[in-house]
Design a protein around this ligand. Sequence first.
Ligand code: AMP
Length: 144
Amino acid sequence: MSAGEAPSIFTRIILGEVPSHRVFENAHVFAFLDINPLALGHTLVVPKREVERLEALPEEEAAAIGAALGRIARAVLETVGAQDYNVLQNNGPTAGQVVRHVHFHIIPRRAGDGLGYRWNTKQADAGELAELAAKIAARLAEGA
Ligand code: AMP
């Protein structure tokens, strides 16, 4: 959250100002049921720190989310009796992010649930991939 901006709906949930159906909480992480679920058990896992995008999340909080995700997913699946799930995380409006506070969707999947999952892929050129990978790796090596 930038100075002067209103807290996100998720910050208000974490603070207890807005009700939610909480399933998990620790020092860095808060998880609760999505109010408009795509499937039974659709759960949101969010960092307590209000950061808009994943790449801005400090490493310790990112690690805490990473550690919690699988645990929460297992509990959700066991509870709703599903075997499979998607983890979805949107960054920015073009990617479909509506709430400007990092969040991971855990979406239980069942055969015939009609949700779909295929995006339109295209064939890659091996040379282009090699060049792109080298550029990204160089950025990371520079400390990006
Ligand atoms: P996204 O499109 O990735 O930003 O997803 C935002 C998600 O937040 C949607 O799935 C909403 O249904 C969910 N959401 C918004 N407000 C609430 C709320 N008060 N309690 C629970 N989930 C919410």
